[in-house]
Design a protein around this ligand. Structure first.
Ligand SMILES: CCCCCCCC/C=C\CCCCCCCC(=O)SCCNC(=O)CCNC(=O)[C@H](O)C(C)(C)COP(=O)(O)OP(=O)(O)OC[C@H]1O[C@@H](n2cnc3c(N)ncnc32)[C@H](O)[C@@H]1OP(=O)(O)O
Ligand SMILES: CCCCCCCCCCCCCCCC(=O)OC[C@@H](O)COP(=O)(O)O
Length: 295
């Protein structure tokens, strides 16, 4: 070791005060314990990760709402563009990669009804990844009360329904039909009516298909591959992963009537289920399609 450096190091050590050796601050200890616990416990790791997602949604909503109000002065589908661009950054935070196919099927002049499978609260990231311009979603009205998330949904033009009351939902959907045509808006609906992480499809509710036939606009099915390889609340699994998204060709409804709803529902259900199994690399069931409408 060079003697000059030793003398300089001894002089520097005499001039600089010794590092403070006091105890770690309380927050340092707490943080270290949480990280240690998370490393040891999958359940805690899952809860921290999904909790951070919810917190991110709340925070991002609270920060984006003023921008929507300033930019577009209130509730309008134009706010969806702002919301979409914010939410699309979330995939980098959670390591979600998308493989997209069939986006050309969205190039429809005018309104249409978009339907897709619904697996979890992460779906919103996949929704915003491909959301076409001037497109709003149908949501359960409970979401309106989720703090800033409810506010941003309201500002983005999301339509809230009481899914526990068919009559209320039907009348709201009828109003949606009129608004679609007068304001040239697309509507995105989750026909399963609830989240479903099974890797299969639940029977479809019929509202989306009634709406499409009442307005004579095409139905555009969208399928997201199963999340089960990287997201499974029952197994406390939430890691990064790849999601295949396939937009299927539009299904026309010109000339159809309410009596064709069941057939239209079945047709979309079968096409989406086959696609879901294919892009999720799951063998199709031997007995063919499952139930397509709610019984
Ligand atoms: C900046 C940072 C931001 C971060 C924060 C995030 C911001 C994100 C912003 C924005 C993204 C927002 C994302 C939101 C996502 C939300 C997801 C959800 O909430 S999913 C749950 C709600 N959605 C549904 O439920 C739709 C599907 N349901 C339907 O369409 C149903 O049909 C419904 C609700 C209309 C009625 O449901 P029924 O349970 O009664 O079931 P049925 O079998 O469909 O209908 C019963 C009878 O009524 C007839 N019917 C139904 N709809 C009809 C209609 N419109 N006209 C006439 N008859 C109808 C049917 O034909 C059936 O009759 P016969 O069995 O055929 O005799
Ligand atoms: C002030 C009160 C704040 C309450 C905590 C707010 C937590 C915010 C979490 C926001 C996560 C983003 C939600 C995206 C929309 C969504 O995907 O909702 C799922 C619904 O389809 C669930 O329907 P269901 O399966 O029937 O329960």
């Amino acid at each position: 070791m060079d003697p000059s450096s030793s003398s300089s190091s001894s002089s520097s050590s005499s001039s600089s005060s010794p590092p403070s050796e006091g105890p770690l601050p309380w927050w340092g200890v707490a943080g270290a314990l949480v990280l240690l616990a998370a490393a040891l416990s999958p359940r805690l790791r899952f809860r921290l990760r999904i909790g951070s997602y919810c917190l991110l949604c709340l925070l991002a909503s609270a920060l984006t709402a003023p921008a929507c109000l300033l930019w577009n002065r209130g509730r309008t589908v134009r706010n969806m563009t702002i919301i979409k661009n914010v939410v699309r950054t979330f995939k980098y935070i959670y390591g979600l990669r998308f493989e997209l196919k069939g986006l050309e099927h969205f190039e429809i002049e005018g309104p249409c009804v978009i339907i897709s499978n619904h697996q979890s609260i992460l779906d919103m990231i996949g929704l915003m990844e491909i959301l076409p311009e001037r497109c709003v979603q149908i949501a359960k009205r409970e979401l309106m009360y989720m703090g800033s998330v409810g506010l941003i949904m309201y500002l983005g033009g999301v339509i809230f329904i009481n899914r526990k009351s068919t009559s209320n939902a039907k009348s709201v959907m009828a109003d949606v039909g009129q608004a679609m045509m007068s304001e040239n808006v697309k509507v995105w609906i989750y026909p399963e009516g609830t989240r479903n992480g099974s890797g299969d499809l639940l029977p479809f509710k019929k509202g989306a298909f009634h709406l499409a036939i009442q307005t004579q606009v095409p139905v555009v099915p969208v399928v997201y591959s199963s999340f089960t390889s990287f997201y499974n609340p029952k197994k406390h699994l939430f890691t990064s992963g790849k999601i295949r998204v396939e937009v299927l060709p539009p299904v026309p409804t010109e000339g159809l009537t309410a009596s064709d709803v069941d057939e239209l529902t079945d047709r979309c259900y079968t096409a989406m289920r086959e696609t879901l199994f294919r892009i999720s690399e799951r063998p199709a069931e031997v007995n063919g399609g499952g139930p397509s409408v709610s019984h």
